[in-house]
Write a protein of this length. Structure first.
Length: 355
C-alpha cells in the first residue's frame, strides 16, 4: 500500500505560520522507526515525569508494519531523548476484547492508580471504526482493561459525535479525571466531515458524565479550505485551568492519504469547558524535515521551567521508500520532541480566539 503511493499527490494546503520559540528535533525523530524494537513504528506519545526521569507510553504495529494489531508500549528515559522499552512487550492485548488494535494510550495518575484511556480500533466498522476504552494499573506496568467500551459514537446522522469517537486525552483536574476526545459527525452543509473535541468527566474512574462538545474548528482552519477540524487531544492542568493540545486535520481528494494531520495547535480554558485558541499553530508539518507527510499526536509535559512536547510524524508516502528498503528502519517515521520555555509559552498563549 505504501509503495503504491500516488506519484502525483495533490498539493498540500497553505498552512498558517507556526509560532516562534519552539526548539524542535528538526532533522530526525528522537525515537525513529526500527529503534527499540525491530520494525517498530512509534507513534502516539503520552509522557509522565518521575523522580528518575521520564516515562513514555506509545504505540507500534506488532506483527506486520502498518497493519494491526497496533498496541501500547512503555519506555523509560533519564533525559527524554534516549529511551529503553520497559517492559519489552506490549502492555495490553486485544485478545479478550472487541478490537483489532489498542491505540493512542493516554496515561495519568489518579486516585492512587494509573489510568490509561485508549482508542480501540475494530477490525471492520460496526458501524463506527473505533471506540474509547479504559485500563488501570497499580504501577503503570501491569495493566488490566476496566472498560473495553467506555464511550462510542451515537450513530446519529446529525450528531457531532455520531460517526466516530476516539483518540482520548486524559488529565486530572481538581479531583476529577477528565478525558478529552476527538469526535466526527456529518457536516450537513457539505465539505469535509466535521471533527471536534469532546469531554467526559469522572470522580471515581467508573461513572462518567455524558459527553459534551468543548471545541470546534476555528477561523484559522476553515472547512472551505478542506480542514475537517481537530484530532488527537492531549491536556495539561494548571490549577483549575486546562491547556489543550491537538492536531489539525485536513481532507483533500486525491491526496495520499486523503485525511491528514497537518499541524499541532493549542487552546486554554479557565474551566476545562470554554477554550481560547492561540492565533498560530505550535508546529506544522513544515516545522521539521521528516514531517512533510503528517505531524500529529501531541504529548505535552510541564517540566520545571519548560513545556516539552513529544509528537508523532512521518514523511510523505512517496518518501517512505528508503524506510521500507531498510526493513522498516530510519528517520522517516517516529516520535519527535519540541521544547519551549514556560515563560515564552505563557506569553504566546495570552493572545487568541475564544471558542
Amino acid at each position: 500500500m505504501v509503495l503504491a503511493a500516488c506519484s502525483n499527490p495533490a498539493p498540500p494546503p497553505d498552512l498558517p505560520r507556526a509560532m516562534t520559540g519552539w526548539r524542535v528535533s528538526r532533522t530526525a525523530p528522537v525515537i525513529a522507526a526500527g529503534w527499540l524494537r525491530r520494525q517498530g513504528l512509534w507513534n502516539d506519545p503520552s509522557p509522565l515525569r518521575t523522580a528518575d526521569g521520564y516515562i513514555l507510553y506509545m504505540t507500534s504495529s506488532t506483527d506486520a508494519p502498518f497493519k494491526p494489531p497496533v498496541l501500547p508500549f512503555r519506555a523509560v528515559s533519564r533525559d527524554g531523548e534516549q529511551w529503553t522499552l520497559s517492559p519489552a512487550t506490549p502492555l495490553l492485548s486485544p485478545a479478550d476484547g472487541p478490537y483489532a488494535s489498542i491505540e493512542t494510550p493516554s496515561v495519568v495518575r489518579f486516585a492512587g492508580r494509573y489510568w490509561m484511556a485508549f482508542t480501540g480500533v475494530y477490525a471492520s466498522p460496526d458501524p463506527s471504526p473505533m471506540a474509547i476504552g479504559l485500563a488501570v494499573s497499580p504501577d503503570g506496568v501491569a495493566w488490566k482493561v476496566a472498560n473495553w467500551t467506555l464511550l462510542r459514537a451515537t450513530g446519529g446522522a446529525t450528531d457531532w459525535n455520531g460517526y466516530l469517537v476516539g483518540e482520548p486525552g486524559a488529565v486530572v483536574r481538581g479531583g476529577e479525571l477528565l478525558i478529552y476526545f476527538s469526535a466526527v459527525g456529518a457536516r450537513m452543509e457539505g465539505g469535509p466531515p466535521r471533527q471536534s473535541i469532546g469531554l467526559i468527566r469522572s470522580r471515581d474512574g467508573v461513572t462518567f458524565t455524558p459527553p459534551v462538545q468543548v471545541l470546534g474548528q476555528g477561523p484559522l482552519y476553515p472547512a472551505r479550505a478542506g480542514y475537517a477540524g481537530y484530532s488527537s487531544p492531549a491536556a495539561l492542568a494548571d490549577g483549575e485551568a486546562v491547556d489543550l493540545f491537538y492536531s489539525v486535520a485536513h481532507v483533500q481528494e486525491g491526496a495520499d492519504p486523503e485525511w491528514q494531520q497537518v499541524a499541532i495547535h493549542h487552546a486554554r480554558s479557565a474551566d476545562g469547558l470554554h477554550f481560547r485558541e492561540d492565533d498560530a499553530p505550535l508546529l506544522t508539518r513544515a516545522s521539521t524535515d521528516w514531517t512533510d507527510g503528517e505531524i500529529l499526536a501531541p504529548g505535552p509535559l510541564r517540566d520545571d521551567d519548560q513545556i516539552k512536547l513529544w509528537f508523532g510524524g512521518h514523511v510523505s508516502h512517496p518518501r517512505l521508500a528508503p524506510l521500507i528498503q531498510r526493513g522498516i528502519a530510519g528517520p522517516e517515521f517516529g516520535i519527535g520532541l519540541a521544547t519551549i520555555s514556560l515563560d515564552q509559552f505563557t506569553k504566546a498563549k495570552t493572545k487568541g480566539t475564544d471558542r
